[in-house]
Design a protein around this ligand. Structure first.
Ligand code: PXP
Length: 393
């Protein structure tokens, strides 16, 4: 468990989402996800006070690690999961980042790695050999970050509801093809459309044209029916997301029950994969659904976030959040890529964006609703900021 405590007066200087993901990736790479590390981000005076109080060094520094293992009288030890506290001076980080020609978040990551190496027992102050050992450990941790795909989550925008507006009058505008271009120009990582059996919004023509013009990634949501599988094999989107579909529903109501529909879903997956299309399945946050999805050879799972989004009290939201985090962790253990979506908006996404095991968010209604009022570019950029930085533009 990696916790960040912010005690720095200026916000927006560093990317908190990236730091949280970095801490989680490091602990998971070290197989220490059950251990606790706290990171305090403070200023020059804050770190000076701690340096003086605990280490009798009355001056500011850039990073300090406090490990219970250093103190034989400490009530807590590695055994019961507490690895220690790391304190980083953001002021020192700013100066050092400038001197290195790097950005502040990267410098804080380096200091975090230095701090974790100390918590793991390295101590460069004990001489040349010890310094060499610590440098090696830090290199190893840096590699873990890179290997863990130290990337921010991607944002794919579902543009179905541009087509919904068009279908309201049965005319030609607005055109989802135009919308896709604007979404891509605003920096989104992919375009999602759901070709429904009843064609209530996206039409076959849209899908074909989108295949021609989308330059990022085209994700086609669909039911695993014969008709849809055949269309997908013909159009060849980059990825298909299999979803359950009911005619009467307003939107996809729940995940696909892969366990109940194992054979039919498995056949659809096999046909799509044979056509060279990656396959994802939209599932409820549930370990058994992940296991069944894995057993039929999917590349990804998309975790349904609807219950998290709809939770009407903090306790219920916490419970759903934990369920999503745990399901994402399990899916990653199976080597699957993890998407998440449904009901996410400008208020509830920021809690999920630091979850390192989520690779991609699929968000539709709230982005299109905002785009209707403030324009597509701004709506997408504001959502990107929440996904990549955890804060509004
Ligand atoms: N993911 C899937 C599988 C969906 O069916 C939908 C809705 O079309 C979304 C994500 C996006 O949901 P929302 O429109 O609520 O953002």
């Amino acid at each position: 468990m990696f916790n960040i405590i912010e005690q720095y007066p200026v916000k927006k200087l560093y990317n908190l989402v990236r730091l949280q993901r970095a801490g989680d990736i490091l602990l998971s790479g070290l197989k220490m996800t059950l251990s606790e590390v706290n990171l305090l981000l403070t200023d020059q005076n804050g770190i000076k006070a701690l340096n003086e109080k605990w280490l009798q060094r009355p001056w500011p520094t850039n990073v300090i690690s406090f490990s219970p293992a250093y103190d034989e009288h400490a009530p807590i030890s590695h055994q019961n999961g507490f690895l220690g506290d790391i304190v980083i001076s953001v002021d020192a980080g700013c100066r050092e980042a400038e001197a290195q020609g790097t950005d502040l978040t990267t410098r804080i990551e380096q200091l975090l790695i230095h701090g974790i190496a100390h918590l793991l027992g390295e101590d460069h102050e004990q001489g040349k050999q010890a310094a060499g050992k610590q440098a090696e450990k830090e290199f190893e941790l840096q590699k873990l970050l890179m290997k863990g795909g130290m990337q921010m989550a991607e944002l794919c925008v579902n543009i179905d509801h541009i087509a919904t507006i068009r279908q309201a009058r049965g005319g030609v505008e607005p055109d989802p093809v135009h919308a896709a271009t604007l979404v891509e120009l605003a920096g989104a990582d992919g375009i999602v459309v759901h070709l429904r059996e009843d064609r209530r919004h996206i039409q076959d023509r849209d899908l074909k044209l989108l295949r021609e013009i989308v330059q990022t990634r085209l994700n086609m949501e669909m039911a695993g029916t014969k008709e849809m599988v055949s269309i997908a094999c013909d159009v060849k989107p980059d990825i298909v997301t299999l979803v359950p579909e009911k005619r009467q529903e307003l939107t996809t109501e729940g995940g696909l029950d892969v366990i109940k529909n194992l054979v039919a879903t498995g056949d659809a997956v096999a046909t799509l994969k044979a056509a060279g299309i990656q396959v994802s399945i939209f599932i409820n946050p549930d370990k058994k659904q992940v296991e069944s999805s894995f057993s039929i050879g999917v590349d990804c799972v998309e975790i349904h976030t609807g219950r998290y989004a709809d939770a009407d009290n903090v306790a219920a939201q916490d419970e759903e959040f934990e369920r999503i985090v745990e399901t994402a962790r399990i899916a990653k253990e199976y080597g699957l890529r993890v998407h998440a979506g449904h009901g996410l908006n400008y208020r509830n996404v920021a809690r999920l964006s630091p979850v390192a095991d989520i690779d991609e968010f699929s968000i539709g209604h709230s982005v299109i609703a905002r785009a209707a009022l403030v324009g597509m570019e701004r709506a997408v950029r504001e959502m990107l900021s929440l996904v990549k930085r955890g804060m509004p533009l």
